[in-house]
Design a protein around this ligand. Structure first.
Ligand code: BJ8
Length: 383
């Protein structure tokens, strides 16, 4: 029998249920690997017979715990993630057998050093750019090293066939996720950005990939039917593409507000959207090399240079017929903040579309001010 945290009785019912669910999973012999990033090769976790679970903090609730140790002027996603871990309030961290992380932004990689004091954290050395041959070589050797670490930590053996099977399964999941996202291309869209954001987050806590695939396929089919019956031929509201930092932690404050104020969020050019789904893993080459190639192509601002993000944005603006772009920058995220100038120029001068940048954190203090700025932006779009 596994123990629960000391404060378990003081937790909300929903949180207690999360703990009990994870406890049940672990007591049935499942191993759990906590992850934080789109660069994580989850195929290797599946190949090890374990389940990957996302640990990115999306709430400001545990931030005071984090701020006892971390600087206040740090990205809220990092503080929230660490705060959940250090306060024993996240069932997924609490029951993880190990943590798998990568050297992405400075804040995250230094936070992982502290996380390692709480639970074994393996940090993959992600190259800071992808253009040199050394980048791919180094990242490939990190994949091979990860195999050894997972075998050692989880007491298992990973065969090449296990990895190939996991690659095929994840590629199917990517296809189902992409098909779901691409409902946003329909005009008018029958799918809200709020739903996209919620479904993707909820799915990351489903541990059966086949179940995830079938839920996504069913919802996509329903939405297509809904479009044919209720939306086709009707006028469209202004169509917004979201870009920038991950937006799950500002779902209520920004995503919901944009849609309540009269626009449709049709796509996410960030880690909550098709960024990692469009690009599958090559099933016909050495699996470790194929994984290294795929994950090195993720267009995050931590890569320097990062031209692929602008290319992906151009494609999304066209494919999703966006009328405007809203960029979300989490406070103290330097890489996205610096890249935003390039994004703004691209959107406004090359695509001739309105652009709005919202810099924020996870608190509710600027909700009204953000609403005012969104309203003014939508007036420009409509005018
Ligand atoms: S691949 S976006 S999930 S690193 S917002 S913690 S970058 S200071 S979350 Fe990210 Fe991976 Fe990139 Fe995606 Fe740092 Fe910026 Fe905070 Fe960030």
């Amino acid at each position: 029998m596994l123990n629960l945290p000391e404060n378990f009785q003081s937790y909300s019912e929903a949180r207690q249920q999360g703990f009990m669910r994870m406890k049940g999973l672990k007591e049935n012999g499942k191993m759990v690997v906590g992850t934080f990033c789109t660069y994580t090769p989850t195929e290797l976790i599946l190949a090890a017979g374990a389940v990957p679970v996302g640990l990115c903090g999306v709430s400001d609730e545990p931030i005071p715990f984090a701020e006892k140790i971390l600087p206040k002027n740090l990205c809220p996603l990092i503080k929230s993630s660490y705060g959940f871990a250090v306060s024993d309030t996240c069932p997924y961290f609490y029951f993880s057998d190990m943590i798998l992380a990568e050297t992405t932004c400075d804040g995250k990689k230094k936070m992982y050093e502290l996380l390692n004091e709480l639970k074994y954290t393996h940090v993959m050395q992600l190259p800071p750019g992808r253009n040199s041959e050394m980048a791919l070589e180094g990242w490939h050797s990190e994949m091979l090293r990860l195999k050894e670490v997972l075998e050692e930590q989880l007491g298992t053996v990973i065969t090449d066939e296990d990895v190939r099977q996991a690659i095929r399964l994840k590629n199917r999941e990517r296809k189902a996720t992409l098909d779901f996202f691409e409902i946003g291309r329909l005009k008018p869209t029958p799918l809200s950005g709020y739903e996209v954001s919620t479904v993707i987050d909820t799915n990351s806590f489903l541990f059966d990939t086949e179940e995830k695939i079938s839920l996504l396929e069913n919802r996509t089919a329903q939405l297509r039917k809904d479009y044919e019956e209720n939306f086709a031929g009707k006028p469209s509201r202004p169509r917004i593409l979201i870009t920038g930092c991950p937006s799950s932690g500002v779902r209520e404050k920004i995503i919901r507000q944009i849609e309540e104020l009269g626009a449709d969020i049709v796509g996410f050019e960030n880690c909550c959207g098709p960024r990692a789904q469009k690009d599958t893993v090559d099933e016909n080459k050495d699996p470790y090399l194929a994984l290294a190639e795929k994950y090195l192509r993720v267009n995050c601002s931590v890569m320097s240079p990062n031209p692929g993000r602008i290319e992906a944005m151009e494609e999304m603006i066209e494919d999703y017929q966006a009328d405007g772009v809203i960029e979300v920058i989490l406070q103290a995220c330097h890489t996205f903040a610096i890249e935003s100038d390039r994004v703004k120029k691209f959107v406004t001068t090359e695509k001739n579309l309105p652009y709005l940048c919202l810099e924020t954190d996870y608190s509710q203090t600027d909700t009204g001010q953000i609403g005012t700025r969104i309203s003014a932006f939508l007036e420009i779009l409509q005018g």
